[in-house]
Design a protein around this ligand. Structure first.
Ligand code: APR
Length: 231
């Protein structure tokens, strides 16, 4: 039996039950900060220490959270589908990988990575950046969080669109559909001929673009959907 080709897009909602705060749910603040104060190149130019402190705290907080049943279910789907499943995540946490997934594209970068503004290298990183450590590649003290800030170009767009073009099924999990280009993937996948499914706590901004929507917590909806596929 051949598997359908599936592209899954995940957002902050898939990690919410692990205890990682989402961006737009509560009061519009992310851990007490306005997004534009910590997640823009302009904020970094103006207040690099504040931006480093914010991301250093988020990176350290990863040690206190764990994957939930939704991450584990996607890893189980990958174990069954192999190359026919691609997870594209907007999340900068590492919970998909810690659940065992390997085919994951982090389009908005990763907390556990540092980007050198000197040489352009990207380096696996678990410590702080606020104390301005030297770049492992070039020695410059120019390491910044390897996250895609507002106004910057997301990673891996060529591979993502190539996968959307081939997909039989596109599934969006735990994302508000407020941030492009990810918010446009559902329309692209539809135009390429895929069936589309939304799994989200509440209808997202783009719910009406999906062929089917299911609403509830990802920790319940995702394992149920994977169980259906693996039948
Ligand atoms: N299960 C499923 N969905 C959930 C859950 C849950 N337990 N909890 C919250 N959600 C849903 C919310 O209803 C919301 O629609 O997850 C979505 C989270 O939306 P956002 O906070 O906007 O997060 P996301 O869509 O990932 O944001 C996109 O915006 O700030 C930038 O770069 C940042 O990657 C981020 C991007």
């Amino acid at each position: 039996m051949t598997s359908p080709r599936v592209v899954v897009l995940t957002g902050a909602g898939i990690s919410a039950e692990s205890g990682v705060p989402t961006f737009r749910d509560a009061d519009g603040l992310w851990e007490g900060h306005r997004v534009e104060d910590v997640a823009t190149p302009e904020a970094y130019e103006l207040q690099p220490s504040a931006v480093h402190a914010f991301y250093d705290a988020r990176r350290a907080a990863l040690a206190r959270v764990a994957p939930n049943p939704a991450h584990h279910a996607l890893a189980a789907l990958e174990a069954a589908y192999g190359d026919d499943l691609l997870v594209v995540t907007q999340n900068i946490d590492d919970l998909h990988e810690r659940a065992g997934a390997t085919r994951v594209l982090h389009m908005h970068g990763e907390l556990r990575s540092a980007l050198c503004r000197g040489c352009g290298g990207r380096y696996a990183w678990d410590g702080d950046l606020g104390d301005r450590p030297p770049c492992p590649g070039c020695g410059a003290t120019e390491l910044r969080p390897d996250v895609v800030w507002f106004g910057e170009v997301p990673y891996e767009m060529d591979r993502i669109f190539a996968a959307l073009e081939r997909a039989d099924l596109f599934v969006s999990i735990g994302t508000s559909g407020a941030v492009y280009p990810a918010a446009g993937f559902v329309q692209a996948a539809s135009a390429y001929g895929a069936r589309t499914l939304e799994l989200n706590l509440v209808p997202s901004d783009g719910s009406h673009f999906f062929d089917e929507t299911r609403h509830g917590p990802a920790g319940r909806l995702v394992p149920a959907w994977v169980a259906e596929l693996l039948g």
